[in-house]
Ligand binder design. Sequence first.
Ligand SMILES: [Zn+2]
Length: 117
Amino acid sequence: MGSDDKNEVVKRMSDLMRSGAVMLDQTCPLCNLPLFKLRSGEVICPVHGPVKIVKSEDEAVEVLTTTVLRELEKVVARRLHNYINAVLKEENLDLSGLRDLIYLLDVLERVRRIKKT
Ligand SMILES: [Zn+2]
């Protein structure tokens, strides 16, 4: 995480407090930042947004898995997007990048398949 990201998180946390959100003693399962309870009752992580409060270890694993898969999907989609942008900008198609593309699509396909189970 770069210092700009950290500053952004600190800013978001202080914005939350200013808007009347309460910092909880629970932390986000993904980034370990403190969670905030909004006036609406919704619990959110300053980085990951709405978070479900879990009652059991099984449920925690479930939520963590779902979140990790969603993050992975996001990372892969971003990489694919960057690759396609690079191809569009260049006149010559770099075929060596296609192998990475196939790996990324493979990851995406696996993530989708896991999510369905
Ligand atoms: Zn988080």
